[in-house]
Design a protein around this ligand. Structure first.
Ligand SMILES: CSC[C@H]1O[C@H](OP(=O)(O)O)[C@H](O)[C@@H]1O
Length: 352
């Protein structure tokens, strides 16, 4: 199965299915989502992860969790759906797509006229729209991103912003897929991305399946591969971009950005417009998810790799200040500094 057909969320035969990414690369298994608890746990435990994919999953999840409601009127149905949305949104705080997708679904329901069964159908079609729009925006980001890359380039990635993090194609991996279709022969170096190893388990898996030349490295090797001259560009995703261009992404991204600046290597952040949060002024205002320290001290190794009960600190994201970002690639074009001004121009240009 080509990786581009391995999508993280799908709705087929009346069922919502997610690819359980916590089991990759060892097992490719789809799980059916039926209740709000199923969705919450799947997002919380990163069975489905990546900002856009989380938004798509939340949208379909809102539909499947409420489609069996016995509400007779919209007046009864709306609060039931709101209660589910308010529950699912608490699964993870940093990726703005989760609240963005749920707010969009609720806005459609609040202004909807019709009977309850029509409203349920509308929720499903809105979730389909969110998925298709994300797939199209990823492809456009791939096209814009490819204008910044050249055949044979060495590219460093951090975490996973590929097909598995979106409806399809990915954000920062999209230009790698589109370039590979044109025989660009990229040499990708994928940071393993501790502690949950999205780079090792997901990016290396996706790119290998797509026939891309990928070398897996530990996060602490990013400097030496840059020093060796093997990296011509860094491409990363984003979970929430503040109005000033500060971007929150997987923990360790800011360190890679600082290294890239030091080595004079362009650092490209791929940001769907659904991930730009104009209501958050700077990166300092972005809530960083703190996760269970056992992800650091007890996962992955067959033997104890840390003293039992050792104190841990496990922020799941960090913020890259705008000054370290060479360009922001969106589905509506490439944005460069000054970001506050140019992100606003992007918004004005693309408000539907
Ligand atoms: C295209 S957004 C991908 C983004 O999400 C990842 O975080 P997580 O795996 O915890 O959901 C990481 O920050 C990626 O860059």
């Amino acid at each position: 199965m080509k990786v581009s057909e391995v999508v993280p969320v799908k709705f087929v035969g009346g069922k919502m299915l997610i690819l359980d990414q916590s089991k990759l690369p060892g097992e490719e298994k789809y799980l059916e989502m039926e209740t709000k608890e199923d969705i919450y746990v799947a997002i919380k435990k990163l069975k489905v992860r990546g900002a856009p994919a989380i938004g798509v999953a939340a949208a379909y999840g809102l539909y499947v969790s409420t489609r069996h409601s016995h509400a007779k009127t919209l007046k009864e149905f709306r609060p039931e759906v709101k209660e589910v949305a308010d529950y699912i949104v608490k699964a993870r705080p940093t990726a703005v797509n989760l609240s963005w997708a749920l707010s969009r679904m609720m806005d459609r329901l609040d202004t909807f006229n019709g009977d309850v069964s029509d409203a349920k159908q509308m929720l499903l079609s809105e979730a389909d729209k969110i998925r298709v729009e994300d797939e199209n925006s990823c492809h456009k980001m791939g096209e814009y991103g490819l204008t910044l890359l050249k055949p044979g380039m060495g590219i460093l990635t951090h975490c996973n912003a590929g097909t598995l993090a979106t409806a399809k194609y990915g954000t920062s991996l999209a230009p790698i897929y589109l370039g590979t279709e044109k025989n660009y022969d990229f040499k990708v170096f994928a940071d393993e991305t501790r502690p949950l190893l999205q780079g090792a388990r997901l990016t290396a898996w996706e790119l290998t399946k797509a026939g891309v030349d990928v070398t897996l490295i530990c996060d602490n090797m990013a400097s030496i591969v840059m020093k060796n001259g093997w990296i011509d560009a860094v491409v990363v995703g984003c979970d929430r971009m503040a109005a000033n261009g500060d971007g929150a992404n997987k923990i360790g991204t800011s360190a890679v950005a600082i290294l890239a600046k030091e080595y004079g290597i362009p650092f490209y952040m791929f940001v769907p417009t659904s991930t730009i949060d104009y209501d958050t002024k700077t990166g300092d205002d972005i809530q960083i998810e703190l996760r269970d320290g056992k992800e650091i001290s007890e996962m992955w190794y067959k033997q104890p790799m840390a003293p039992q009960g050792v104190k841990t600190y496990n922020p799941s994201f960090d913020v890259t200040p705008a000054r370290y970002i060479t360009a922001v690639i969106t589905e509506n074009g490439i944005v460069r500094a000054p970001y506050e001004e140019n992100l606003l121009k992007l918004k004005e240009r693309t408000v539907k």
